[in-house]
Design a protein around this ligand. Structure first.
Ligand code: GCU
Length: 354
């Protein structure tokens, strides 16, 4: 049986702790390297986003106190901000524990607008003493091929900003973070971004590009999320670009079947969140995402935390088996039984990590 080190060597990953110019990375210049990692990933994969707007205006459209058996306050809000082509607005739903003061908050980018939703178990979140703000991703940019003509995509010139839709959804999560800076109820040091699958990829990109997030929870994010692309099984760079080209910048397409030529791999994305916290969820039947490649990515990314004198990914010297749950360091990973979906089991992991 191979050791983890041997398995990582076989993948021939680009070096995490070496600058593009060949210089080695130290504890002192980690933040410079971290920014370089984000820049490489924007240039090659997710595209560049516009700068943050000068302000975000928030209006309440509906409010319900003492909801969920008295445990929470639900508010429907509209967030508006200036763009290159006028004002852009999107709705969110905020659910906060009744009389909350200094509570952790999850910014959840979800597939459906419903609150609650099968991926958004409000009562469990409130019972854990946390608030949540739900973004419905199609309110930001339609998840389909529309030539970047709608939503946030239409508000900027894509020749200037090369972003794909994942980067757009992440940009919206940062606007929610702008709002959260202004509220009294939130613990500003315990704001997490969470999402499943394509929105797990989005959660990682959000935290990598916005250091105000204390944690990213990426559930079953797989290809071009947490999983290493080199020698990955299941979905490949070619497959994801063939089916979902609008998630990325155009540059990414060139790497189909050429993963070994990429000047990056997905451990760069995980590491770009260091020294903050990352929680990765995987499911044993989710072979499309490839749990082993997700796990090995966490193993490779761990070096960033270790460089900073932190515990990164604390794990045994073997590949994961169902039921594994490793969270002794800043990189947490679990592999549960079952298929690709956002289970309560996954939520319970993330709720105890914030
Ligand atoms: C597809 C896609 C994955 C993605 C998933 C999802 O399966 O190939 O990359 O993660 O959809 O978002 O559910």
């Amino acid at each position: 049986m191979n050791t983890i080190e041997e398995l990582l060597q076989k993948r021939k990953l680009p070096e995490l702790l070496r600058f593009a110019n060949g210089e080695s990375v130290t504890r002192e210049n980690w933040e410079t390297r971290r920014k370089e990692l984000v820049d490489i990933l924007c240039r090659e994969v997710y595209g560049y986003a516009p700068p943050a707007p000068a302000h975000v205006v928030v209006t309440e459209t509906k409010r319900k106190d003492k909801d969920y058996a008295g445990k929470g306050t639900v508010r429907n809000l509209t967030l508006s901000f200036p763009t290159d082509k006028g004002e852009f607005s999107f709705p969110v739903v905020e659910v906060v524990p009744t009389d909350a003061g200094n509570c952790p908050v999850f910014v959840h980018v979800n597939f459906r607008p419903d609150v609650p939703d099968r991926y958004l178990p409000i009562e469990e979140i409130l019972d854990a003493g946390c608030g949540v703000i739900r973004i419905y991703y199609n309110d930001i940019a339609f998840d389909g091929e529309d030539g970047f003509t709608g939503g946030l995509a239409a508000m900027y010139d894509r020749k200037k900003y090369t972003w794909g839709k994942i980067r757009m959804w992440a940009f919206a999560a940062s606007r929610v973070m702008d709002y959260l800076q202004t509220v009294d109820y939130a613990d500003k040091n315990r704001i997490a971004v969470v999402g499943h699958s394509r929105l797990g990829k989005t959660a990682l990109v959000t935290a990598a590009t916005d250091p105000r997030f204390a944690m990213a929870c990426a559930n079953d994010s797989g290809c071009t999320g947490d999983a290493l692309s080199r020698d990955k099984v299941g979905e490949s760079v070619k497959a994801i670009n063939g089916k979902f080209p609008y998630w990325f910048c155009d540059t990414y397409r060139q790497y189909g079947d050429r993963e070994h030529e990429m000047p990056f791999d997905q451990h760069f994305l995980v590491a770009a969140i260091a020294p903050r916290r990352v929680a990765l969820g995987s499911a044993v039947e989710d072979t499309w995402a490839d749990p082993d490649s997700q796990y090995l990515s966490a193993c490779a990314a761990s070096a960033a935390w270790e460089l900073l004198g932190e515990k990164g990914f604390v794990h045994p010297d073997r590949l994961p088996v169902p039921g594994d749950c490793f969270d002794a360091g800043s990189v947490a990973f679990h592999l549960r039984e079952g298929t690709h979906f956002f289970s309560r089991t996954d939520w319970h992991r993330y709720l105890c990590l914030i």
